[in-house]
Write a protein that binds this ligand. Structure first.
Ligand code: IMP
Ligand code: MG
Length: 179
């Protein structure tokens, strides 16, 4: 049913799982014996984070943060409100932020500064998707699974007006859906 709204599948479910497995193995090595906190940024990171942590064979904790960016129009302005804060105290802890996508980089730029103020032992950023052409501030993920062109995508956590997060793959919407 949802498939009918998709013009093109950009990244298949199998490709996402394979990328999560590969990254999970890297993180298993890196965070062995560090008991890191993996922080999912709500809501978009949930499917990716769920897949990723299955492939990390190390002790870790999970936490979540929800932020909303003030939207003057369609692009984010870099002003962030914390809608739901972390439960954990991250001081002296190894923290891994999990994002769905980095586009302008404005969200992550503010988030990163917010996290660093809390003095973690280390801070790394993981993202499922990276749209480097959209960048307005210089910020990059430490680990990115896929680099995509400057197109609006949905699925595997990414939404269009809160819909399509439950698609098991990443796709491009048909134009008529926006109308
Ligand atoms: P940034 O602050 O511009 O890097 O954007 C980050 C947020 O914008 C993401 O967490 C998404 O919620 C949203 N976003 C950016 N590009 C897309 C897209 O192609 N599809 C769905 N959401 C997107
Ligand atoms: Mg969104």
């Amino acid at each position: 049913m949802l498939d009918q709204d998709i013009k093109k599948v950009l990244i298949s479910h199998e490709e996402i799982v394979a990328a999560a497995e590969k990254l999970g193995q890297t993180l298993t090595q890196e965070y062995q014996d560090k008991n890191p906190i993996f922080v999912g940024i709500l809501k978009g990171s949930i499917p990716f984070m769920a897949e990723l942590i299955n492939h990390v064979d190390a002790h870790l904790e999970t936490d979540y943060m929800a932020v909303s960016s003030y939207q003057g129009g369609t692009a984010s302005t870099g002003e962030l409100t914390v809608v739901k804060d972390l439960t954990a105290d991250i001081e002296n802890r190894h923290v891994v932020i999990i994002e769905d996508i980095i586009d302008s980089g404005l969200t992550l730029d503010v988030l990163k500064r917010m996290f660093l103020e809390r003095k973690p032992a280390s801070l790394k950023i993981v993202t499922l998707l990276d749209k480097p052409e959209g960048r307005q501030v210089e910020i990059d993920a430490d680990y990115s699974c896929f680099t995509i062109p400057n197109e609006f995508v949905v699925g595997f956590g990414l939404d269009y007006q809160e819909n399509y997060r439950n698609l098991p793959y990443i796709g491009i919407l048909k134009e008529e859906v926006y109308q």
